[in-house]
Design a protein around this ligand. Structure first.
Ligand code: BGC
Length: 839
């Protein structure tokens, strides 16, 4: 197996990780179409079309982006896999792309969206290439990421005119046409019916060795076994959230930019920064919202329940072999259901199959989607004729419904059917079982949308017409204006020079309780601890890729250094906590991103496959290994908190960060995330689940777009994955999101953070805000149990000190948060390094 040029420069350990990334990539790519043209014959002569081959995307943009010392491009990969790449065509594309790329590079990396425009080739060039080659391979790429949603436009969700022209031309001249989709989120697929390509491979965003992984599949070295973790709709309008994707407001105001706007990283208070003197019309205060009117019917839950046809259903994916699946030994117990599934490879080449178990649960009193994935597993590679039997054991609680009237997780009375797939559309019933009504877990409703200014319409199978999602009207009434944090100067006290009686290591060694330890810190020290030390003299801002962080404020004041210098320099990190020398408290460092430590900073070295492709492997063992590799990377790079995994639900294909997230389905999201967490935390590294919760779009992210939904929808769809990952992965930390949820900012949502996360699920790590997600709400964050405010700026220290002084904020809240944070700090690798330096 050949790797990309540059692989030889990595260490043995890194090479093993790169190889693992390649395996994840090849297991997560999804073969959507194949009329027998794939795999190509050894030595096949291939003509590579599309600018996507040159600019092959290994990562997305924003904080989930990655940088690697080398990234394999498709031409090299095809040669590595044994194909002969047409050289005249290649140089044509290389020259064109080199010129266009220069223009793109002028945009800051995190703002880059489009790849370069498609090259329009003369018909004669296409025909000549067809005469020289056996197959055309056309690559289309779509970049997306943090801060901006994708567009329902040609060149993004739809193919561009140039892309259509390219497909038309290759189809007219080539016998074999293969299309590769190197995309951050799904796109319209109606062109498949028009041009009938012989093969379509969903390559996703697969990391630095992704092109090699794709070539392995095209050339038959790897049998594809990825399955879609999202439904691909036939038409945009079929997607139930299409009416309600974006943001609405209760009212608007005319605002003229003034000097009092406090510059934050992403904007001002609740709004984008407005240049002084310029007037804009903007939504009022915090009231921007998105109504989740489709309720539970996200993705396949909608398409299977309402009989709407899809382009490709959830769970779908082709293989070069065939499988037979049979279920047996179904047994119902007090706790749940047990059964076995035997998979036999009935084809001619080895391959892996994904077993998918769907439930159509009893529907009284509450309706349920016609199909809900309740279990899945991936077989090992089965030789032709070989079989494998997998045991399943699923407890009732994992597929219970959330009944708001009873505030409880319930098993409903009636008949339940189980289906074996296939995929969400193609599956067969294999068992039917009766259940009686059982209250499985009594809780309290915590997040009802009661505050919302109009009744929330929720889609129901029982009245599809009457409950159809409809975008809210845009009213002209005005709403309430929210206050924002004013610059409130506070004279910072001198830090006492006396050594603390107890040091943090004494807590770790059991000599003193955490409560007693934190009681020694002054109010000021506690506050500094709970606010990221991002603006100290040795600033994280300086250590980051300048270009990438173009939005960051200019040089910060030096006041933070009063408490001790940052002890470690970690290139590419996103932030760190303050060190307090007199109590032996070291700094801990935090870094993105989900697909590579150090994120997009040029100091990073490895770029792993991104989240969606990882989930499409449906292989939790592999995901755990991937987590382990990233954990090892983090440890070596002295990153204490890895800001991953991210796994918000793919509610809509236009959401900009979908590539950073796993799926439209909470079970897949939760199981894969739990596996990644378990893997990474085998190292002395803490994971940080994000973004909690219901952060499903980028539109209006700085305008605090409110996700409005019923508590049942929240618990069964948007919280479910987090619940699984917390209970099965035991992450050390969790990041709240930018959005409010049913009227309250998640960063300040005590019911969410204390009652649900900690009390119901047993989470015992620390909670951190998303970067600047606390704008203006620092007091409320601490009171809600959001332990750490990141990345921190001195004005926040002032603000909190004043609030303790005037009695708004209790010292006891500071102590509780500090205790939770320090529990992780004292078990971190940073603590070990600190102690070994001291010794
Ligand atoms: C992103 C987070 C990221 C953080 C730190 C934020 O803008 O939303 O996902 O972890 O920055 O870089």
């Amino acid at each position: 197996m050949k790797f990309g040029k540059g692989y030889e420069n990595y260490t043995k350990e890194e090479q093993t990780r790169i190889a693992l990334g390649r395996q994840v990539a090849s297991e997560g790519m999804v073969l959507l179409e194949n009329n027998g043209a794939l795999p190509l014959k050894p030595g096949a002569k291939v003509a590579l079309f599309g600018v996507g081959q040159i600019g092959f995307l290994h990562g997305g943009s924003g904080s989930g982006s990655t940088f690697a010392d080398y990234v394999v491009k498709l031409p090299e990969a095809m040669e590595n896999a044994g194909a002969a790449v047409d050289q005249p065509l290649l140089s044509l594309y290389a020259d064109y792309c080199a010129a266009e790329q220069k223009k793109v590079e002028k945009e800051p990396p995190h703002m880059r969206r489009g790849t370069i425009p498609e090259l329009v080739l003369p018909e004669a060039a296409v025909k000549a290439a067809a005469d020289r080659n056996d197959a055309a391979i056309v690559s289309f790429a779509r970049l997306a990421g943090e801060g901006r949603d994708r567009k329902l436009e040609q060149g993004d969700y739809y193919l561009s005119e140039e892309e259509h022209a390219l497909l038309r031309a290759v189809r007219a001249h080539f016998k074999t046409v293969i299309v590769l989709l190197n995309i951050c989120g799904t796109i319209d697929m109606n062109w498949v019916d028009t041009y009938r390509p012989d093969g379509v491979l969903m390559v996703w965003i697969p990391g630095q060795e992704g092109a090699d992984a794709a070539a392995d599949i095209l050339m038959g070295h790897v049998n594809p076994s990825g399955r879609l973790t999202d439904t691909i709709a036939k038409n945009w309008k079929d997607i139930p959230s299409s009416e309600n994707f974006g943001a609405w407001a209760d009212g608007f105001e005319s605002y003229t930019g003034d000097e009092n706007q406090i510059p934050y990283w992403g904007g001002v208070g609740n709004h984008e920064m407005v240049p002084v003197g310029e007037t804009v019309v903007r939504p009022i205060g915090n009231r921007r919202y998105t109504e989740y009117q489709e309720g539970l019917y996200v993705g396949y839950r909608y398409f299977t329940s309402f009989g709407v046809d899809t382009a490709y259903p959830f769970g779908y994916g082709l293989s070069y072999t065939t499988f037979a699946r049979t279920a047996s030994d179904f047994r119902q117990t007090e706790r749940g259901i047990d059964f076995k599934v035997t998979v036999t490879n009935t084809g001619a080449v080895p391959g892996k199959e994904v077993v998918q178990i769907y439930l159509h649960g009893a529907e009284e009193p509450l309706e349920r989607p016609d199909r809900e994935l309740i279990a899945f597993a991936k077989t090992r590679e089965l030789a032709p004729g070989e079989r494998q039997t997998i045991d399943f054991s699923v407890d009732y609680r994992s597929f219970a419904v959330y009944n708001e009237d009873r505030a409880a997780w319930m098993l409903q009375a009636g008949s339940n059917a189980l289906y074996l797939g296939g995929d969400s559309l193609h599956n067969v019933e294999f068992a039917c079982f009766e259940t009686s009504e059982i209250l499985l877990e009594q809780v309290t409703n915590r997040v009802t949308p009661a505050h919302h200014t109009r009744p929330l319409n929720v889609l129901s199978k029982r009245d599809p017409e009457g409950t159809k999602p409809v975008a809210p009207p845009i009213p002209a009434n005005s709403g309430e204006k929210h206050g924002r944090m004013k610059d409130d100067k506070y004279e910072w006290p001198e830090v006492p020079s006396t050594e603390g009686k107890w040091k943090l290591r004494d807590v770790r060694d059991g000599k003193v309780s955490m409560a007693e330890f934190v009681s020694q810190l002054t109010d000021f020290e506690l506050i500094v601890l709970l606010i990221g030390a991002n603006l100290s003299k040795i600033s994280a801002v300086e250590t980051m890729d300048r270009e990438m962080m173009a939005d960051m404020p200019p040089e910060p004041p030096e006041r933070m250094t009063q408490l001790g210098e940052l002890s470690e320099y970690v290139p590419g990190m996103s932030g760190y906590t303050a060190a307090i020398e007199r109590f032996g408290i070291p700094t801990i460092t935090m870094s993105d991103g989900p697909a590579g430590i150090g994120g997009g900073a040029k100091t990073s070295k490895l770029a792993f496959p991104t989240a969606t492709i990882t989930a499409c492997t449906f292989n939790t063992e592999l995901a755990e290994q991937l987590g382990e590799a990233l954990g090892a990377e983090a440890e070596e790079r002295k990153v204490d908190v890895w800001l991953a995994p991210a796994f918000n639900i793919h509610r809509n294909p236009l959401a900009g960060r979908n590539y950073e997230y796993y799926s439209e389905d909470p079970l897949v999201s939760g199981k894969i995330a739990a596996a990644v967490v378990r893997g990474a935390q085998k190292h002395p590294v803490s994971t940080c689940l994000k973004h909690f919760a219901a952060n499903n779009q980028e539109t209006s992210r700085w305008d605090k777009d409110d996700s409005v939904m019923t508590e049942r929808t929240l618990r069964e769809i948007y919280l479910k994955g987090f619940e699984i990952a917390v209970k099965e992965g035991d992450p050390h930390s969790l990041m709240t999101s930018y959005n409010p949820l049913n009227g309250k900012q998640t960063a300040t949502h005590r019911e969410l953070l204390q009652n649900i996360l900690r009390d119901e699920w047993g989470f015992d790590g620390f909670v951190v805000t998303d970067w600047e997600g606390d704008t203006g709400l620092a007091v409320e964050c601490i009171q809600a149990g959001n332990d750490l405010l990141m990345p921190g700026f001195p004005g926040m220290v002032d603000w909190l000190c004043k609030r303790v002084q005037d009695g708004t904020l209790e010292r006891s809240d500071l102590e509780i948060c500090a205790g939770r944070l320090l529990k992780v700090v004292m078990h971190s690798a940073a603590m070990e390094r600190y102690l070994s330096k001291e010794a």
